[in-house]
Ligand binder design. Sequence first.
Ligand code: HEM
Length: 402
Amino acid sequence: MHMKLGQITTIIISSAEVAQEVLQTHDLLLSNRTVPQAVTVFNHDHFSLPFMPVCDLWRDLRKICKNHLFSSKTLDASHALRCKKLQELLCDIDRSNLIGEAVDVGKAVFKTSLNFLSNAFFSMDFVNSAGETDEYKGIIENLMVDPQGIRGVSAAYVEKLFHILDSYISKRLKLREGKDYVTNNDMLDNLLNISQENGQKMDNTKIKHLFLDLFVAGTDTTSYTIEKAMAELIHNPNAMSKLKEELQQIIGIGNPIDESDITRLPYLQAVVKETLRLHPSAPLLLPRKAKIDVKIKGYIIPQGAQILINEWAMGRNPNIWDNPTLFSPERFLGSEINFKGQHYQFIPFGSGRRICPGMPLAIRMLHTMLGSLINSFDWKLENGDRDIDQPLRAIPIRVNKV
Ligand code: HEM
């Protein structure tokens, strides 16, 4: 589909075959981005990994993400902190269980996702108490919901966030000056090491902008996916009981899921895939921009045009999926199809050069949080048969360990 959005020629692609042409065959020429106005706050567009064009700084940042921030070694270093945050989430839910109160699932997992990320970034919580959640959710949401037009409030939120990040960086720099400082290998230490070795490659400004991007890109995407998975499971008791059965058999009833358990849980993995198919948190991925005219299937994509890949439509296309609107994790059992960017009918994390660099952390967060919420509690909708597109409110009932 071809349309004009404001001044920008926009091409929307809803076929897996054409998506492959864009993301594989012509990836090099179609990997720039269109920059939303909101991203220009505090010159963020000059530093923003998701929105800068393919350039030397972008290549450096992608390499840093791959080799330092999202490598197994760095993620393993913050594993214990994520286990602690997961326990805290389960304790919070337990409190609602004790008083028979419904949980706003999106809000609860948002707080945990934010703290998972901030602990991977700087080994400390970004949200310390329930009362602060709204403020930080406000910061992130505000940056996300206003991608086209800058409102004064967006700039104020970015300023607030930068202020907090500045204080984390200067505290850490002070600590690192101490003789007895022992690195904990979190992302901030990794970035400060790079900046010490090569101040051109990394400095405090770049660190701040990078963390801003990672918070925005990583929190809402993760919590939205978990909320939708929970809603689908509650609406589909058959899938819910199959998942519970797998978790009880392999993990033991009532126990939390560890990151090392994920590979042994094929049904849980299938539930996550099925949720990403029906509810991709980036339904149009992120916009690409043509560097020069590119010919695809006889049509010219003109230089400067914006290309949106309609992942939402591909996930519901009856020519690709049987019973496409049915939530059926079984379709992925024994199937080769994964979300790592080679199966163009299913690319919730994108594909090619600009594929989501945070996927290794997202995979850990999605499976452990979702699996633990399901294995530790039974869930009942607060208001009977609620619409799946509404925010999920459900009453948890603790299942006892045997
Ligand atoms: C359910 C979780 C997530 C989903 C579905 C998701 C999806 C996506 C998608 C579709 C893109 C655009 C890919 C493209 O243009 O081909 C993207 C880019 C990106 N994601 Fe994620 N993401 C998730 C979690 C995360 C996390 C946890 C982080 C980091 C903490 C992260 C960081 C990024 C960054 C930095 C980019 C921009 C990459 C670039 O433009 O070069 N994402 N993500």
